[in-house]
Design a protein around this ligand. Structure first.
Ligand code: NAD
Ligand code: MLT
Length: 318
């Protein structure tokens, strides 16, 4: 990059590890940490800043961007930038960047835990123990060994999930329009088209961004193509598995159980909330990246990327 950004003041508006603030300050940037701002408060604050750092709670909508008449850069301490209106930012010449790999391992590990807890009904069994029960029959599980895991989205997280679940003896199949079959084979994933993949899977896990092409990948059209009793996991973005269809499939038994980390509405209300309450759903409050290691990594990475931008170094995560 041949130019440097004039970054004097940065607002961190979500809970980001404190090393982010420290790194920015050490490099001469004034930083304010103001979390849980209402939309009105954010609109009032944003004109004071050259840069903004968020996680997922702050919605960086077109009106926030428009109000940020000094804004030059918006950073996501995480992967998905779906809470940032990128076209609006681009129109205003604002750089949007994320930390693509910083939470990959945590999200992958979380997915693997969700798959194994689905197989053994761990949360339900643990809750029954707290109620003083000793119910060994009700929570009969199944082995993962020999089962087929379908991975939709063979990017950073999808590949790490495959690697880990193969150690349980699972067969891994997958689909990604941008990853050719020979590339998938390097990760011991058999690439196939979705219509071939659905009927083969005992477990399905999705690891794509939420974009028009991935919204409702599992839906009333595709659930019937799956094995009866298929288990599904969504640790990517709410809406990739259509929530109303998932609820219907759980009710009919077409889906045997779901593990959800993300929802169409966060915190979950409406259908998202009904899914959380379903006995065959294991629900977490968007914890995929919530580890000490991932949070330290993404906070450090986004701060360093901002400093690089201010110092005219080449940019990463743009
Ligand atoms: P990535 O960009 O490395 O991989 C995404 C993959 O999806 C890419 O390979 C892409 O080609 C593929 N893809 C795009 N369209 C597709 C389609 N129509 N069908 C199948 N595949 C398609 O991203 P990643 O780092 O692996 O993250 C995956 C998802 O997980 C993102 O939505 C991210 O926001 C989310 N995420 C969630 C958490 C959490 O806390 N739950 C944490 C980290 C990431
Ligand atoms: C992400 O896209 O990085 C995740 O949703 C994790 C987060 O909440 O930051």
């Amino acid at each position: 990059m041949a130019f440097s950004l004039d970054l004097k003041r940065v607002l961190i508006s979500d809970s980001v590890d404190s090393c982010c603030k420290t790194i920015l300050q050490t490099n001469g940037i004034v930083v304010d940490l103001k979390t849980k701002l209402t939309k009105e408060e954010l609109l009032a604050e944003i004109p004071n800043y050259d840069g903004l750092i968020v996680r997922s709670a702050t919605k960086v909508t077109a009106d926030v961007i428009k109000a940020g008449n000094k804004l030059k850069i918006i950073g996501r301490a995480g992967t998905g930038v779906d809470n940032i209106d990128i076209p609006a930012a681009s129109l205003q010449g604002i750089i949007v960047m994320n930390t693509p790999g910083g939470n990959t391992l945590s999200a992958a590990e979380h997915t693997c835990v969700l798959i194994s807890t689905l197989a053994r009904h761990i949360p339900q069994a643990a809750a029954s123990m707290k109620e003083g029960k000793w119910d060994r029959k009700k929570y009969m599980g199944s082995e993962l060994f020999g089962k087929t895991l379908a991975i939709v989205g063979l990017g950073r997280i999808g590949r790490e999930v495959a690697h880990r679940m193969q150690s349980y003896g699972m067969t891994t199949i997958g689909y990604d329009p941008l990853v050719p079959a020979d590339e998938a084979a390097k990760f011991n994933i058999e690439w196939m088209e979705l219509d071939q993949l659905w009927p083969k899977a005992d477990y399905i896990t999705v690891h794509t961004p939420l974009i028009p092409q991935t919204r409702g990948l599992l839906s009333d059209k595709t659930f019937p193509l799956c094995k009866k009793g298929v288990y599904v996991v969504n640790c990517a973005r709410g809406g990739i598995i259509d929530e109303a269809s998932l609820l219907r499939s759980l009710e009919s038994g077409q889906c045997g159980g779901a593990a959800l980390d993300v929802y169409e509405t966060e915190p979950p209300t409406g259908v998202s909330g009904q899914l959380v309450q379903h006995p065959n759903v294991i629900a977490c409050p968007h914890l995929g990246a919530s580890t000490v290691e991932a949070q330290t990594r993404v906070a450090k990475e986004i701060a360093e990327q901002f400093v690089d931008a201010a110092q005219g170094k080449s940019l990463f995560g743009v």
